[in-house]
Structure formats: C-alpha cells, structure tokens
Design a protein around this ligand. Structure first.
Ligand SMILES: [Zn+2]
Length: 226
C-alpha cells in the first residue's frame, strides 16, 4: 500500500519478524475506520522503561511513572504516516486548462530523523506545472504531513513527495523544496544552531529547462508579501 519501496522495507526493519504479519494486515486495513491502532503501545512502554533504566534513571519514580505510556502515544502519533498511503489524497484531480505554475509555499511539517529518532521540522514548498490536471491545495499539504510522519531522512522525504506528485498529476514539471532544522544537529554532535538543511527535487521541465527552473526558484525564494 505504501508506494515508496524504501519506506516499506524500512518499516519492516523497525520491528522484529514476529509482528511483521500483523503490520501487513493492518496496512491493508489502514483506510477503514474503527480498526485498532497498528502500533504496539505495550511494547513501546517496555522499551522506554528499559531506556530509562539503562541511562541510570529510576523508571518507578513519580515523575516517570506515566512517561512510557505517554511516549507510546506520542510515537503512535508521530509515526502514523507509516500506516497510510499519502498518495491517496492526490487521486481526486480536476481537469483544468490552467497552464501556469501552481505553488504551495511554507507548508509547515514536523518529522523524525530516523538516525537519531530526534525531531526535524521546517517548511516544504510544493509546486507543479499542470498538464490538464490540477489537485486541491490542501491535498498537497496533507501529503507533506503524512510523508513527514514516518521515520525519515529529509532527502528521501523530498523525493517521495515529488514521486507522488509526478505520478498522480502527470504534470509537465514538479518541484519540491524542503528547508528544515534538525535537532540531531542542534542539541547534540556539533551543536550548531541555526543551520538550515535545504533539499530539492526537480522533475520534468523544472529539471530540463533553465528558465522554468529559474522562474520556480524565484517564486519560492521571493520574500513573503504583507
Ligand atoms: Zn539525525
């Protein structure tokens, strides 16, 4: 169901084999209402208790008693995109003769770096040059949100969104640019704050045609009005 092969193999590697079959059946039901959460909360709670003990904390002290359950709920939320196919939001397209650039800027997102399980957050800019088909702007924002809610690296997130847009719209060009600040850079390691990581994916005319590329980059970089 998840259209990005790298993400489905990645989700499998997150869990031991014994839960893999559960996960697969949950994935196939993920768009029905009322199915129970595919996330094993009890297992996360046990793991969080272990981490607390391993770093020298007392998981039974008052302030930490509810922490494992809270962390389990948080992970279920921030990784909820693993159990969804975001491209479903792009299925409903409209026939339009509009043939200029459509660009949705500053789509705020929060994601989790898969290398450290620390948050990275920022803004995505998603645009395309239609070829007879357009999609609702809010749908583009939903795609960004759901792709972000997985263990991620920013580079793959950028490509995944571009792949989905390209495939769903058959557009003449697609651009995705993401600017993000990574906690694994700012709170640990080299501890440099303020460093923004920028990634982009250009498809079709934005890759091939220099003036089209310059036009879309100009629109993305332009200071905001008002
Ligand atoms: Zn990281």
């Amino acid at each position: 169901m998840i259209s990005n092969p790298s993400n489905s193999s990645q989700s499998a590697s997150l869990e031991h084999n014994e839960t893999h079959s559960d996960r697969t059946s949950d994935l196939s039901n993920s768009h029905q209402h009322g199915t129970k959460s595919p996330v094993d909360h009890a297992r996360i709670e046990r793991a969080v208790r272990e981490i607390l003990a391993a770093v020298g904390e007392n998981p039974d002290r008052e302030g930490l008693l509810e922490t494992p359950a809270r962390v389990a709920r948080m992970y279920a939320e921030v990784f909820s995109g693993l159990h969804k196919d975001p491209s479903i939001h792009l299925k409903r397209v409209f026939t339009e003769s509009y043939d200029e650039i459509v660009l949705l800027k500053d789509i705020e997102f929060h994601s989790m770096c898969e290398h450290h399980l620390l948050p990275f957050h920022g803004r995505a800019h998603v645009g395309y040059l239609p070829d007879g088909k357009v999609v609702g702007l809010s749908k583009m924002a939903r795609v960004v949100d759901e792709v972000a809610r997985r263990p991620q690296v920013q580079e793959r997130m950028t490509e995944t969104i571009a792949d989905m847009m390209e495939k769903a719209l058959g557009a003449r060009g697609v651009v995705v640019m993401i600017e993000a600040s990574h906690s694994c850079m700012t709170m640990r390691g080299i501890r440099k704050s303020g460093g923004m990581c920028v990634t982009s994916s250009m498809r079709g005319i934005f890759r091939e045609n220099l003036s089209s590329r310059a036009e879309i980059l100009g629109l993305i970089m332009n200071p905001k009005h008002g």
